[in-house]
Ligand binder design. Structure first.
Ligand SMILES: Nc1ncnc2c1ncn2[C@@H]1O[C@H](COP(=O)(O)OP(=O)(O)OP(=O)(O)O)[C@@H](O)[C@H]1O
Ligand SMILES: [Mg+2]
Length: 308
């Protein structure tokens, strides 16, 4: 029996199975022409061919992923197919997450129906027959399961989960092991906010356009090696402004919850990048490999459910 956890974020898609973890940019484009010289590996969904991840970024023409119609669309299913293919998945349980703000029974049923009704194939596999064993839980729940796995004694506590992503910061609450639907909040202040400003500063100072990877280096180390040269960039202002924003969002959330959280867990790829700047009066913990935490937790969850 195999099981896979898939966390499709706005920035990156993270996956975890018994084979290990994987991550690729959440980028997808429709493949317009037949590949001739290049060896592109499209994912086929309902008769259409898509490029996913680095290939989509390289070839250009990436589709917009930040709309409500994206989830469950053919392009979204292509990302799912790419994730399955990376793990040589054939059959088993799939656990996915959706942003807590849009999580509902109708919504998740619609996603599962569209997965079941679609023909998806990737790599050398025939098409996947994904006809049942699919579970969808709120993003953030993965982080919670990931934490509880190693701290089972904390299950009875009130645990706030703060997921700092690329575009969004999602905050959720778990009380006695249950997800508290009304306590969910999502803010569009993921780390892309500060990274975009660092990219702009670099352009102002050096008239050259760096990418997110270089911006992360500047944020964490104050300098970057770019085009074979070392550049130092003082992004103190950008970082201070963003730290102020994010700390106030986190602390306001923790303060206004109707049940007092015993523990706050910070995770998501953004947490890895800005951990030095997070300040709170509350006790905040970070899980190891924060960027992978949701995917890992989904995988644990899938295995637990399977065992019954
Ligand atoms: N090891 C790493 N390498 C490159 N970038 C990283 C790394 N760790 C964290 N990041 C940064 O973390 C961010 C992505 O975080 P994460 O994968 O949690 O976002 P996401 O889930 O895709 O976004 P969202 O939650 O908004 O949907 C990116 O901005 C990226 O620059
Ligand atoms: Mg995320």
């Amino acid at each position: 029996m195999t099981c896979i956890g898939i966390d499709i974020g706005y920035g990156f898609t993270k996956t975890r199975s018994a084979e290990g973890g994987n991550r690729f940019p959440t980028a997808v484009s429709l493949m317009a022409t037949e590949a001739t010289f290049s060896e592109l590996a499209p994912v086929r969904v309902n008769g259409k061919r898509y490029l996913v991840g680095e290939e989509a970024e390289r070839e250009g023409g990436s589709l917009e992923t930040r709309t409500s119609e994206f989830v469950a669309s053919d392009a979204w299913l292509a990302i799912l197919g790419h994730a399955l293919n990376a793990h040589k998945f054939e059959s088993g349980a799939i656990v996915l997450g959706v942003p807590p703000g849009v999580y509902s029974r109708e919504y998740t049923e619609r996603i599962i129906e569209s997965i079941k009704a679609s023909e998806i194939s990737a790599g050398n596999t025939g098409h996947y027959s994904l006809n049942g064993n699919i579970r969808i839980i709120p993003q953030g729940a993965g982080i919670f399961f990931r934490y509880i796995k190693y701290r089972p004694d904390d299950l009875k506590k009130n645990i706030a989960v703060i997921d700092i992503g690329h575009h969004t910061v999602d905050m959720t609450l778990f009380s006695h092991g249950r997800y508290v639907e009304t306590a969910t909040e999502s803010k569009e202040i993921g780390v892309a906010e500060v990274l975009d400003n660092i990219i702009k500063r670099f352009y102002r100072e050096h008239r050259d356009t760096i990418g997110y990877k270089e911006a992360v280096d500047i944020l964490t180390a104050g300098s970057v090696t770019y085009m074979g040269r070392q550049w130092s960039v003082d992004a103190g202002d950008e970082v201070a402004r963003y730290s102020g924003q994010i700390n106030s969002v986190i602390n306001r959330y923790l303060k206004k919850l109707s049940v007092k959280p015993d523990i706050g867990i910070v995770a998501g790829g953004g947490a890895e990048v800005i951990q030095r700047f997070i300040r709170s009066d509350h006790k905040l913990l970070m899980v190891t490999e924060p960027a992978m935490a949701n995917a890992v937790g989904y995988w644990y969850y899938g295995m637990e459910v399977d065992r019954g």
